[in-house]
Design a protein around this ligand. Structure first.
Ligand SMILES: [Zn+2]
Length: 270
């Protein structure tokens, strides 16, 4: 059965851009971030973006991942790795991903961009585009990897009568199906209204620390998912599964938005 499922998945894997969180998810997270920038950070960022909203950059890393000019520079940004205790120190990131992961990239950008006033505009804009993606990716359940379980969701399930790779379920289908369920087709602005609701105290809690701590929190929150996925009974993803997955996914989107703002505020708020 498993073999058949894997073969079926291979057939589904036609070359196309894989969008962690999908367009709606990425744009929503970046919009939440934009709404939580300090006035100073926003003004400094706009010197490089010309006022283009962050959501417009949020898919750059996915869209250019195979572009010859960017492939090398963007390599590994889409996933991050934790050990089975959900910690992600540099030694784990180096050992299991050769330091090519979202968390490590965030430290590299922070180090580089703290001198942003002395860098070429194109370099600063590239960093902004990457940050508006990476923080979202490392909060996505299917992009949190564990040394004892890669959690790639690499098998097929049936969802709403259609075959779907479980990875894609997390990335796109769940968010889309939630909108349908709620009887509304909302865009990222409305979705950001819906999720940009944490209190100051809650924001302080979810933005405590920096990329490693944020990712470790995501790793702890998403860890149960690997057992849902490993449970062969969920070859059909049913309403019960969606009900269980929805609050987790929306909470991760929320955290990602506030953490993205915190990262940009720290770098550009000075
Ligand atoms: Zn990505």
């Amino acid at each position: 059965m498993r073999k058949i499922a894997i073969l079926a998945l291979a057939a589904l894997l036609i070359p196309q851009v894989v969008l962690c969180w999908g367009r709606l998810g990425h744009r929503t997270i970046a919009e939440i971030a934009e709404r939580n920038l300090t006035p100073k950070a926003k003004a400094n960022i706009e010197k490089y973006t010309g006022g283009t909203p962050l959501w417009k950059y949020s898919l750059f890393v996915d869209e250019y991942r195979n572009h010859p000019d960017y492939k090398e520079a963007l390599d590994g940004f889409h996933a991050s790795i934790a050990d089975c205790d959900c910690t992600s120190p540099q030694i784990v990131r180096d050992r299991y991903r050769g330091g090519k992961d979202g968390v490590t990239a965030m430290y590299t950008f922070r180090d580089q961009l703290k001198n942003y006033k002395n860098l070429p505009d194109s370099v600063v804009l590239f960093g902004i585009k990457c940050i508006t993606h990476i923080v979202a990716d490392f909060n996505c359940p299917s992009h949190v990897r564990y040394v004892d379980n890669l959690n790639k969701g690499g098998f097929v399930a049936i969802f709403n009568g259609k075959k779907v790779g479980v990875h894609r379920f997390w990335d796109t289908w769940l968010i889309e199906s939630l909108q349908k369920q709620r009887g509304q087709k909302i865009n990222h602005m409305l979705y950001a209204d819906h999720l940009n609701t944490l209190s100051k105290k809650e924001i302080k809690k979810v933005t405590k620390g920096w990329a490693q701590e944020w990712f470790e929190d995501a790793a702890r929150s998403c860890r149960p998912v690997i057992y849902w996925i490993d449970d062969r009974k969920i070859e059909i993803i049913n309403q019960e599964f969606v009900n269980k997955a929805a609050p987790l996914v929306e909470s991760q989107m929320q955290k990602a938005g506030y953490q993205m703002a915190a990262a940009l505020n720290e770098i550009f708020g000075k």
